[in-house]
Write a protein that binds this ligand. Structure first.
Ligand SMILES: [Zn+2]
Length: 333
């Protein structure tokens, strides 16, 4: 499979547009025309991952943390980071990074963590909505040719819906797809189509940072912590709590460095906040809000990326996919 087709499939699953503004998800190193032979999924593109990839003929790395994040000004062996990127290029190894776009996706990392903890589907703590438009075209009725096109576009998720309203054709869609959709409709018509487009309501919920769910049988925090350790295979974690016997009903999960949604959790009446990399000040403010926190560690909350991504890739790629779990840079002692 050519890298451009691989990338297409992956970005259709986890659209890059979902990423946070400061992030750098997507295709970061490589040549689109190259054939993908062997894939490796990893949290980070470390020297160890690169050496392993070279030794095992891996020519595409799909990482969670982007290998290039803030404006790299040179790619030379003079810096540790430049040396890594150089080595990837010299060995024809491509890199795609799926970071906050997979964190925020309805079937992303947080959802996968919730599946492991409860087998249920969570809701977003803080959701993003697409900016949608309502396109109104001056067509009194739908010709078969046009209707067939709209059915096809709806099926492939290029538009949400269509219909005739007040003797005009109405199509609802994402604003980013507007130009393309108008061109497709215009292509069918002999005369120039007349249309107007308006921002449409609030848009559809497309993703969000952090998920939460309700436990079927509420448990004291003390017991729930033991359950989390087992379910996620974690031996040591940090806890912020006034009362270990507090009954836990609503749990929020934010993978990675997840200290930013404490206020949001308070608003949603969350009892327990599970995340990684919680700093001292966040822990203090959680106490003020009466929120219990379990910090399972940045690495531990995200290492499942390798498994999730390998599984998703195997739905469209027939070659070998290696899960490179790697090691936490922190030793737990
Ligand atoms: Zn992370």
């Amino acid at each position: 499979m050519q890298l451009k087709h691989f990338l297409n499939k992956l970005e259709k699953m986890y659209p890059v547009e979902l990423q946070e503004k400061w992030d750098n998800c997507g295709f970061l190193v490589g040549r689109l025309e190259n054939e993908v032979k062997k894939v490796l999924t990893t949290l980070d593109v470390t020297h160890e991952v690169i050496e392993y990839s070279i030794a095992n003929n891996v020519n595409l790395i799909v990482s969670h943390h982007p290998i290039i994040l803030d404006g790299m000004k040179s790619i030379t062996s003079k810096t540790m980071h430049g040396d890594k990127v150089l080595k990837l290029i010299e060995n024809k190894i491509a890199v795609i990074s799926m970071h906050t776009n997979i964190d925020k996706h309805p079937e992303g990392l947080n959802d996968f963590l919730i599946q492991k903890l409860s087998g249920t589907k969570g809701k977003f703590l803080n959701s993003d909505r697409s900016s949608d438009v309502k396109l109104i075209i001056n067509e009194k009725k739908l010709e078969t040719k046009l209707e067939n096109l709209l059915i096809k576009m709806k099926k492939s998720d290029e538009i949400y819906d269509y219909g005739i309203e007040n003797q005009k054709l109405t199509v609802t869609l994402r604003s980013k797809d507007l130009k393309k959709s108008i061109n497709m409709i215009q292509y069918l018509k002999e005369d120039e189509i007349q249309f107007e487009a308006f921002p449409y309501a609030l848009g559809k919920e497309i993703g969000g940072l952090g998920n939460y769910f309700t436990i079927e049988k509420p448990l004291p925090l003390r017991e729930y912590i033991e359950y989390v350790k087992k379910a996620l295979d974690i031996s040591i974690l940090s806890v912020v709590a006034e009362d270990l016997d507090k009954i836990i009903k609503k749990v929020a999960i934010v993978s990675g460095s997840g200290g930013s949604l404490i206020k949001e959790s308070y608003k949603k009446e969350i009892d327990l906040y599970i995340s990684g990399d919680i700093n001292y000040h966040v822990a203090q403010s959680a106490k003020d809000y009466g929120l219990a926190i379990v910090d399972i560690g940045h690495f531990e909350s995200e290492v499942i990326f390798c498994e999730l991504m390998a599984h998703k890739i195997s739905t469209f790629f027939e070659g070998k996919v290696i899960q490179f779990g790697g090691k936490n840079p922190f030793l737990r002692m």
